[in-house]
Design a protein around this ligand. Structure first.
Ligand code: DX5
Ligand code: ZN
Length: 362
């Protein structure tokens, strides 16, 4: 019986489920050259979870590529009766075999079998399974995986209650057990998972796809915003303003890459208070990549700092379905300051809001 290899911690385990399978070797080499040491392999059988993905043949094909570079094959078996497949995965070169207690009446036996084969034994807890189920087998496992999405598909949203479940497990398990999380890990969610005690982070679409998560957290971020405005003065001292803006932002911390798109349709009503002060209220609809439509509502106060140059300070709220659009995914949430020019349009042949208000104030 060979010795179990130590599982790296404080690391990201790229999930191959999100890679380009036509270029499997290249994809593995790319993430390993970038520093990844744990390759997460999602094995699905079409029974325990609906999709069918990959099996031990692929693990075998990757064995030397991964092992020669000092890496580990972390096999997450989303299959019924995983005990029947342990031998095949061990032979193929698996270094960690992780199994679901819901998939077998013989979880204790399965974990023992994995360990006795010289491989690290992992135990997975689904989002709907109480964390306490790990207790009877806690001394048989090297890794405990908390599913932060329902198993079966990559690219899902992180289930917020997972964080508290991680914290509970951290307190329950021996510090020798590696605590792993899987599902919806991105620049946006990784910090809270780490703070709760996660040691190893599975990340699929945020590593291989440029299409998930958000672009608001540390690393390199960049954004392009285009917007079109329209102004209307129904009477002196009052301005109604409409705006459409589209934003594309990108984030890259070297490991996790993501892009985010959002569009905003907003209307603002601005009323002069006197010559130098005005206030505005605004409402808008925000549509982000997350899908749901958000309502935004805000207010601002403006002050004329020098002739025609105004500074406004305001605050925008995001509506009820806030969870779908997290902080800073779009610039229209939170406090802001903006500079604006407010001209006396009489020179352009229009009646002036500003001029009339100043005249009244004198
Ligand atoms: C889901 C799998 C995950 C999945 C993670 O059943 O276990 O490993 O690939 O993918 P992301 O990071 O895209 O949620
Ligand atoms: Zn997985």
């Amino acid at each position: 019986m060979s010795e179990r290899v130590p599982i790296p911690t404080g690391a990201i385990a790229p999930s191959l489920l999100a890679c380009d399978f036509a270029r499997l070797e290249q994809q593995v080499v790319t993430v390993m050259d970038a520093g990844a040491r744990v390759m997460h392999v999602d094995v699905m059988d079409g029974h325990f979870v609906p999709p069918i993905t990959i099996g031990s043949l692929i693990v075998e094909a990757l064995r030397d590529i991964v092992h020669d570079r000092g890496g580990l094959l972390d096999c997450h078996l989303m299959v019924e009766r995983p005990e029947r497949h342990v031998e095949a995965f061990v032979k193929a070169g698996a270094d960690v075999i992780t199994v679901h207690p819901e998939a077998t009446p013989h979880i204790h036996y399965t974990l023992k079998l994995i360990r006795e084969s010289g491989v690290n034994a992992g135990f997975v807890i689904n989002p709907g399974t109480p964390v306490e189920v790990v207790e009877p087998v806690a001394d048989l496992i090297d890794l405990c995986l908390v599913m932060s999405v329902n198993p079966g598909w990559g690219g899902q949203r992180y289930i917020p209650s997972s964080t508290a479940r991680v914290a509970k497990l951290k307190a329950m398990l021996s510090p020798d057990v590696v605590l792993q999380i899987d599902g919806g890990i991105s620049l946006e969610t990784i910090d809270e998972a780490r703070d709760a005690g996660v040691d190893l982070f599975v990340a699929g679409s945020s590593v291989f796809g440029a299409d998930s998560g958000n672009a608001s957290l540390p690393g390199t971020t960049s954004a392009d915003i285009v917007s079109a405005h329209f102004n209307y003065n129904p009477r002196p001292g009052t301005v109604i303003n409409g705006r459409y803006a589209a934003k594309w932002s990108r984030a890259d911390d070297g490991w996790l890459r993501s892009t985010y798109r959002a569009q905003l349709l907003q209307a603002r009503y601005t009323q002069d208070i006197n010559k130098d002060w005005d206030f505005g209220i605004q409402a808008g609809l925000l549509h982000g990549k997350g899908g749901a439509l958000q309502k935004t509502l805000g207010a601002e106060v403006g002050y004329q700092v020098m002739k025609d140059l105004w500074v406004s300070a305001g605050y925008n709220f995001v509506g009820l379905k806030d969870r779908d659009l997290t902080a800073n995914e779009y610039t229209s949430k939170g406090a802001y300051i903006r500079l604006r020019f407010k001209f006396d349009e009489t020179g352009l042949g229009f009646p002036s809001a500003g001029a009339a208000a100043s005249a009244n104030a004198k």
